[in-house]
Design a protein around this ligand. Structure first.
Ligand code: PLP
Length: 363
């Protein structure tokens, strides 16, 4: 087919809101210290790897996996302390769960609401599904919720679903529980608390499951150290979970993920040690950043720290860090409240030291 006619076809048939998007871009990280994607920096011992591979040897890849993945569901329930009376569904990462929720509640004229700046997939998935997206700005000073603004937006837009990441990405802060409860009480539809960073904070809404008819909690194994498996969970009242489960594609959790996650969660204590170490490193890194002129780190309850640099410096500092072998996320230009901001994932003590040295050399 000639290129010209293909362009014409694309223009005629690809939905305008999809054509207007730019594809999710993951930068090349070959050979760099990778502090841009909130990954756990610790890998497994050779012995643990051998045990894991042994387990994988028994897998029959010619067969479909178990459609409900009961083994890994039970392991997740135990590992994450999901209340006994809450139901669960699993997703291919929490991204897929966001998509299932939006498919269940979406459609034209339906609104998906979140705060800004926050996780970009909420807006992206709303767009994919033809929902209207509303982003309510956080407070400039400390990225806290602005309850008056939020409650006014609820009355005005009557969102089918509200997503709130707590701790929030990319800002790292928690929202106040009293304010989140206000949102739960005022929301006309579903409220999903996204606890992707639960391993790095003591706060959680899991104990409140069942106390509100419209509360669901989402978790993932990605940030605790299993990002490669792509596995997330949604927990809440059975009636909601049953409806959302109807949109799940058959066998969405593949057999390698099911077996590997079950194996990994038998070693939960290892991940707890790693995430505790990351929390300790976070404090050390935060203190070091506070001591650098021209850098303002934001307090974080997650495994990353948002930094604000002096006006205009962020793009050059981001490039300078890269030249010195350290990859962080440049957020400058992504949202007005993130002007001059970079986000650095907390790595090992060596990686954090290399980042700090590169930062000082760049500034
Ligand atoms: C990283 C992240 C996720 C994505 O989790 P996956 O399970 O890897 O898809 C979800 N929500 C927030 C807020 C995140 O930062």
């Amino acid at each position: 087919m000639k290129e010209k006619s293909m362009e014409g076809l694309i223009e005629r048939w690809v939905r305008p809101e999809i054509r207007a998007l730019s594809a999710y871009h993951v930068p090349e990280a070959e050979g760099l210290i990778k502090l841009d994607a909130m990954e756990n920096p610790y890998n497994w011992s050779a012995e643990l790897r051998d045990q894991w591979l042994q387990r994988l040897r028994g897998v029959d890849v010619n067969r479909y996996p178990h459609p409900q993945a009961p083994g890994v569901t039970a392991a997740l329930r135990r590992a994450m302390g999901i209340p006994g009376d809450a139901e669960m569904i699993l997703g291919n990462g929490s991204d897929e769960l966001i998509q299932m929720i939006a498919i269940t509640l979406g459609g034209s004229g339906r609104v998906l609401l979140s705060v800004e700046p926050s996780f970009v997939m909420y807006r992206m998935i709303a767009t994919f599904l033809g929902m209207e997206y509303v982003g309510v700005p956080l407070r400039r000073r400390d990225f806290s919720l602005d309850p008056d603004l939020l409650l006014a937006a609820l009355r005005k837009h009557e969102p089918a679903v509200i997503f709130l990441a707590c701790p929030n990405n990319p800002t790292g802060n928690l929202f106040r529980e009293a304010e989140l409860r206000q949102v739960l009480e005022a929301a006309p539809g579903l409220v999903v608390i996204d606890e992707a960073y639960a391993p790095f904070t003591d706060a959680s809404f899991l104990p409140l499951l069942g106390r509100y008819d419209n509360l669901l909690v989402m978790r993932t194994v990605s940030k605790m150290g299993l990002a490669g498996l792509r596995l997330g969970l949604l927990a809440g009242p059975g009636a909601w979970i049953g409806e959302i489960d109807k949109t799940r594609l058959p066998y969405n959790i593949n057999i390698l993920t099911q077996v590997s996650a079950e194996f990994a969660l038998e070693h939960k204590a290892l991940f707890d040690r790693q995430t505790r170490a990351i929390r300790g490193q976070r404090q050390t890194l935060f203190g070091a950043l506070q001591g650098i002129d021209g850098v303002e780190p934001c307090p974080s309850e997650a495994n990353f720290i948002l930094l604000r640099l002096v006006a205009g410096a962020a793009p050059a500092v981001h490039a300078g860090l890269r030249e010195r072998g350290v990859l962080v996320k440049n957020l400058h230009g992504t949202h007005p409240l993130l002007e001059g901001c970079l986000r650095v994932t907390v790595g090992t003590s060596q990686e954090n030291a290399a980042f700090l040295a590169a930062l000082k050399a760049t500034l």
